[in-house]
Design a protein around this ligand. Structure first.
Ligand SMILES: [Ca+2]
Length: 378
């Protein structure tokens, strides 16, 4: 067996790269058909030049005469193909830097080898461009990341997903420590890295992955520090994560009529009718939807506002319970039932509208009936 394989490799080496001229010991006929639908997936590591390996897959035609498949590869065009391995599974894991080209043959129980499958070219040129810009937003115990979707736009059919990496940041040395780990993956160009410790800075970088597994260069690496704040509140659309889709400015849990810190800025389920509002995906927009009886909202002013503190006063008007579109940079004023015969007013400025979530700043006037909104909910 070993002798016949060596003879085969010599013949293959003389046969250049035309698949029809590649054959096993049994020639191109054989008792079993050549494998079909050979494809590959690269295993990304974070380093575009050093994938962890590659997985080949092909169809199992169920032929009872089939004994084993043989995988052949070569590292460069012009080299001869060599046997990379044999397997009884219709897949093959090749660890390390992948070779350039692969094909597979089938061998029958009688030792007859089929002709070759088509050759797959493992082409790192399929890799997408890295995201050109990455923007962090400090959150309470988390960091929200948004980046340019240029990798997806470069090849929507070849794009698979993004990988988000993070590591510790050394504030004194102003460097990201070399202990990068995978934070998560996402299809949308946005990600919230959660369960972070407030006051501890972290570095982040993003790569784009093709459907073959090719990894792009990274986005610029940035660092950010999560911190407790009444700004940069994240709310998800209820269709995406109902448990984090509801927001209530103030809930007087202890019934004393006073707004303690722990009663302010509460997130909960978007399906919970006691929340002030939820976020709803509708027709490609994200809508702020008042929930609780007595809660209404109106846009503040004729256009975007520079900051939350630009919303300094709740206009004397009717506040509608109708849904209203969340738009980046725009301000919103809320009126709510304080439960004591007086209204409560709140301000909200949307700083980011994504596909599945919004980020916003908010302020809440704790003084019953007072429409002054400059004081934030911190
Ligand atoms: Ca209270």
């Amino acid at each position: 067996m070993r002798v016949s394989r060596l003879v085969t490799l010599v013949l293959v080496g003389a046969a250049a790269c035309d698949p029809s001229s590649l054959a096993g010991p049994g020639g191109t006929g054989g008792q079993v058909a050549a494998p079909s639908n050979l494809s590959y997936t690269v295993e990304p590591t974070g380093d575009p030049d050093a994938p962890a390996g590659l997985v080949l897959r092909w169809d199992d035609d169920g032929d009872p005469d089939l004994a084993v498949w043989h995988v052949y590869s070569r590292g460069r065009q012009g080299d001869s193909f060599g046997l990379r391995g044999s397997t009884t599974s219709p897949s093959f894991h090749d660890a390390g830097i992948p070779h350039l080209e692969y094909y597979v043959t089938a061998e029958s129980v009688d030792g007859d080898e089929s002709g070759p499958s088509t050759i797959v070219l493992v082409d790192e040129r399929l890799a997408l461009p890295g995201p050109v810009q990455l923007f962090p937003t400090s959150l309470d115990g988390a960091v929200a990341l948004v980046w340019d979707d240029n990798a997806f736009l470069a090849d929507p059919n070849g794009f698979s997903h993004y990988r988000v990496y993070s590591t510790r940041y050394d504030l004194d040395a102003n460097v990201c420590l070399n202990a990068w780990g995978l934070e998560g993956t996402t299809v949308a160009p946005e990600f919230v890295a959660g369960a972070l410790v407030n006051g501890v800075p972290r570095c982040f970088g993003i790569s784009a992955i093709t459907i073959e597994g090719w990894e792009s260069l990274w986005s610029p690496v940035i660092h950010d520090t999560p911190r407790p704040d009444a700004r940069n509140q994240v709310l998800y659309a209820r269709q995406v994560d109902d448990a984090q889709a509801g927001f209530r400015f103030w809930r007087d849990s202890n019934g004393d009529g006073v707004a303690q810190d722990s009663e302010l800025g509460l997130t909960g389920a978007g399906s919970d009718g006691s929340m002030d509002f939820t976020l709803d995906q509708s027709g490609g927009q994200l809508l702020l939807v008042p929930l609780r009886a007595g809660t209404g909202v109106e846009v503040y002013g004729p256009g975007p506002v520079a900051d939350l503190t630009s919303i300094d006063f709740a206009p004397n008007q009717t506040y509608s319970s109708a849904p209203i579109q969340a738009q980046t940079g725009w301000g919103y004023v809320w009126a709510m039932d304080g439960g004591d015969g007086f209204a409560r007013f709140a301000s909200l400025r949307v700083s980011h509208v994504g596909r599945d979530l919004i980020i916003f700043d908010w302020g809440f006037q704790t003084d019953p009936g007072n429409p002054e909104l400059l004081r934030t909910g911190e």
